[in-house]
Structure formats: structure tokens, C-alpha cells
Design a protein around this ligand. Structure first.
Ligand SMILES: [Zn+2]
Length: 270
């Protein structure tokens, strides 16, 4: 028997504070709600937007969550004059006064494409791993051509809180290695592109218990929607593609993803 009720969805990675959603962010959030997105996590990129992401969650405190951290891509533009230890002092201070809607550290990670020194990226990441470990928080990981190095660092620094490997694309072996370390795999619009054959095959084989959905809006537009800002209202299209790849019923798969998303961030799935 197929359940006809619309499944509730959790967009685990959406930059709702970014320019395309301003100034009428409430209207955009309502559009997402109308498309069955019932919960959404807003990751931050650095000191410059921590206040904004926290403030946004007050629009719908039972539905919107946030993460605090330093994104590798923005290290040259977000308070570049600060040393690593100064940045971490700010993060610890901010965490101490954050509310219960702050459920992760991130987004953080390593980016091999951006013009930011790898040594600085690693120092900032390692320091965030330590803060997350002590705070008992999961991390949201950004990776561009850096998955093996991320795995090495997570193991070497004995980070055990898990989190989400965001915007996954890659091999089954690497995905499994992250799953072994307690990570969920963030599945986004990339799987809607037929040319992403390797990632689609990998995702089809990964256990449902290890997956969460995300849009990364306004980035990562879906296939057929290139050239416009991505939006959390498109999350059901990612779900549909995932259900096709896994030959599963959409409602069943959505129920698993809903639970996985709450579990990884320690939120009650009511
Ligand atoms: Zn992001």
C-alpha cells in the first residue's frame, strides 16, 4: 500500500542568508515549506555571517537550524587579518552564547581549487575538529578534491562526532570510509545530471541509513535549471531522483532520510 501523504523533507544544507534570498527571505522559506521542506539547516561561512544565520533561524525556531564555522573558501576574505587562534577564540566565544538551534560546526573542510594556502586551510580545519569534539557537535564537511586528506586528518585527530560529508560526489570506497567514521553522505542536485554516472552508481549502492538530502542553494542548480539560483523548494526533485536510483518508494525513502537528518544533528524527530 502506498502512503499518499506528502513526505516531510529536511534540507540539511542551504545558504538561506545568501543574496538571492534577500530581502524577502520569509517568502522564500514559505515556498520551501509549500514544497514539503519542513526543516532546513543554514551553514555559516565565517565570522561575517554567524550573526545573520542565527538571526534567520528565529523566523521559524522549530524548523530552522544553523551551524557555526569557517568555510575554507572564505578564509582570505572573512577577517583575513586574524590568526588561527584568534579565529578559534571567536568561535568558542560564539558557541558559548549560541542557542539550541546551533547543531553543528561548519561548514568547514578543505578545498583544492580555491586560492587559499593549504597549510592555513588545514590549521583552521584541525582547530575546528578539536572544538567540535569537545563541544560534542557534528561537523559539516566541504570537500573539493580533498576527500583522502580529510579522511586522514579526521582519523589522525581522533574526531569521533561524525557529521555530514556535504555535496558528495565520488567513489563508493571513499563514501564508505566516511560512513565508517560516523558521517552521513549529503546527496544534492549532482545526482540529477545523467553525466554524473559514477556518483549516481555510488549513491544507488550506499545504505539508506547513511544518506541525507541537501540543495546547497543558491548554488548547485539541478539538471534543467542551470543558470538560475538553486532553491530549497527543489529538494523534492532530488528526492525523486534518489528514489529512482535506488528503486525505492519515495515515501519510504523520505521517512528514512527524515530520521537520518535528525539523528546526525541530535534533533528530536517529532
Ligand atoms: Zn555550502
Amino acid at each position: 500500500m502506498t502512503n499518499t501523504a506528502k513526505p516531510r523533507l529536511f534540507d540539511t544544507h542551504c545558504h538561506l542568508d545568501f543574496e538571492p534570498f534577500q530581502p524577502d527571505v520569509r517568502w522564500h522559506w514559505q515556498q520551501a515549506c509549500d514544497a514539503s521542506v519542513s526543516r532546513l539547516l543554514i551553514p555559516s561561512v565565517g565570522i561575517s555571517n554567524w550573526g545573520a544565520v542565527q538571526e534567520l533561524t528565529t523566523i521559524a525556531p522549530q524548523q530552522l537550524y544553523y551551524a557555526l564555522g569557517f568555510h575554507p573558501y572564505f578564509l582570505n576574505t572573512d577577517c583575513p587579518e586574524m590568526s588561527c587562534s584568534e579565529r578559534m577564540a571567536f568561535l568558542e566565544e560564539r558557541l558559548a552564547i549560541s542557542d539550541e538551534n546551533c547543531v553543528a560546526i561548519g561548514e568547514c573542510g578543505l578545498d583544492a581549487i580555491v586560492d587559499v594556502s593549504p597549510a592555513l586551510q588545514e590549521a583552521i580545519l584541525i582547530a575546528q575538529l578539536s572544538i567540535a569534539q569537545h563541544a560534542g557537535l557534528p561537523i559539516i564537511l566541504h570537500s573539493r578534491k580533498t576527500q583522502s586528506r580529510l579522511l586522514q586528518l579526521i582519523k589522525r585527530h581522533k574526531f569521533t562526532r561524525g557529521g555530514v560529508l556535504h555535496a558528495f560526489s565520488g567513489s563508493e570506497q571513499q563514501a564508505q570510509a566516511f560512513i565508517q567514521l560516523g558521517f552521513k553522505i549529503g546527496i544534492g542536485g549532482v545526482i540529477t545530471y545523467p553525466r554524473a554516472a559514477k556518483t549516481r552508481r555510488t549513491v544507488a549502492r550506499l545504505p539508506l541509513e547513511s544518506l541525507v538530502l541537501e540543495t546547497d542553494a543558491p548554488d548547485m542548480p539541478l539538471c534543467g535549471l542551470q543558470g538560475q539560483a538553486n532553491h530549497p523548494k527543489y529538494l523534492p526533485l532530488v528526492l525523486q531522483t534518489l528514489a529512482q536510483l535506488k528503486t525505492c518508494d519515495v515515501t519510504d525513502i523520505a521517512a528514512h532520510l527524515w530520521l537520518n537528518s535528525h539523528q546526525v544533528f541530535g534533533i528530536d524527530a517529532d
